[in-house]
Design a protein around this ligand. Sequence first.
Ligand SMILES: Cc1cc2nc3c(=O)[nH]c(=O)nc-3n(C[C@H](O)[C@H](O)[C@H](O)COP(=O)(O)OP(=O)(O)OC[C@H]3O[C@@H](n4cnc5c(N)ncnc54)[C@H](O)[C@@H]3O)c2cc1C
Ligand SMILES: *[C@@H]1O[C@H](CO)[C@@H](O)[C@H](O)[C@H]1NC(C)=O
Ligand SMILES: *[C@@H]1O[C@H](CO)[C@@H](O)[C@H](O)[C@H]1NC(C)=O
Length: 356
Amino acid sequence: MNISEQEQDIVIVGGGISGLATALALAAAGVGIIMQPNGWRALDQLGVAAKPRQTCTEIPSKGELRCLKRMELMKALAEELPVESVYLRCRVFSILLDPLTSNPLLQLHNGTLIKSNIVIGCDGVNSIIAKFVGVNSPKLFSRCATRGFRYYEGGHSFGDKFHFYSSNDVTLGQLPVTDKLVYWFLTRVLTSQAYITKASLEAIKGFPEEIVQLVKNTEPNVLYLTELQYRAPWDLVCTKFRKGTMVVAGDAMHAMCPFISQGGGASLEDAVVLARCLSEKIKQTAEGGGKRLVEKALDEYVRVRRMRAFWLSLQTYFIGLAQDNMSNVKKALGIAGLILVFGDQTSHTDYDCGRL
Ligand SMILES: Cc1cc2nc3c(=O)[nH]c(=O)nc-3n(C[C@H](O)[C@H](O)[C@H](O)COP(=O)(O)OP(=O)(O)OC[C@H]3O[C@@H](n4cnc5c(N)ncnc54)[C@H](O)[C@@H]3O)c2cc1C
Ligand SMILES: *[C@@H]1O[C@H](CO)[C@@H](O)[C@H](O)[C@H]1NC(C)=O
Ligand SMILES: *[C@@H]1O[C@H](CO)[C@@H](O)[C@H](O)[C@H]1NC(C)=O
């Protein structure tokens, strides 16, 4: 194999929400994403909120709440990046440390080696950068999520509200993207049932007829089934998210179950905080501070994000427990946790990640 080498200042591995692999992520781009006020604040700081805002209806709520197509978000993010800064269809295969400088060396699947001063792992829940940095493997949740879109040529009649339905062991959320497009998601126990529509319909027996029809009439090609993986909240407290000048962000740092729809919003906050910490220190580096300053900047970022991610993931963890229909003890613990610790269950949307 032809070994080629490249040198970069900063390499960002992975581009989901961060928009670096729009084309690669087509499957995930099909689904919707709920973005809450904290997420819109981060998008405003990144200067990319205007276009995605135009693609979706605002849902009356305490703050800015909208559901948009993931693709629209990724497009908006990717459009702002210089074309030559994005490598599509490129996977990091392994990571090494340069024996001389201890700078990261990334090996791509095509054999190319990239030397970089800083590496930011945004490569999702099964991140290889996270593994290298020393983050524990994610855990598999006992439920799975199904997501789907339904388009109504003549407009739908669901209105502009976020609706929730739940039974003993199933939760379904439904909300509009526009007045013609509806997004819905469902969490249920993971079964071996191969047909997503059939399994979903079985799970929602007894739900209102309009919801049953919505699920029944969703085209299979816009229907996605996902296993849910998460990092335990207590893992977030003590994990070292940095090794040298390598650090993680997004799901690579804090994958959580989607019950409060905050994974994507929190990833955008990461981006703002990380960029702010780095730019403050990089200014000083120019005056000769080097690696140590970068590490300090990354530590500051980790310090700020650790506690935010901890509270979000604790809340989703309690919600997960509260949904447990097999153990009354777990269920009680989850409900008690929510009441005692999260009196106001929407206060996570008030968070402001600050300016860039
Ligand atoms: C069912 C479900 C519903 C959700 N709903 C919402 C919601 O409504 N609102 C919300 O805010 N969040 C939601 N989330 C969470 C949200 O999807 C994630 O938090 C978000 O996508 C994280 O973005 P990311 O960029 O960190 O990771 P990802 O979006 O997973 O992107 C990671 C990228 O890295 C690439 N990659 C992986 N490994 C490598 C490698 N070795 N080399 C190069 N590239 C690599 C992948 O191909 C991918 O493109 C939901 C999650 C699930 C599972
Ligand atoms: C490997 O992929 C990278 C990134 O896409 C590219 O820049 C490089 O030229 C490729 N190397 C080879 C040997 O094809
Ligand atoms: C819990 O959910 C599973 C899967 O839907 C179901 O088979 C089981 O009967 C439920 N258990 C209780 C105690 O409700």
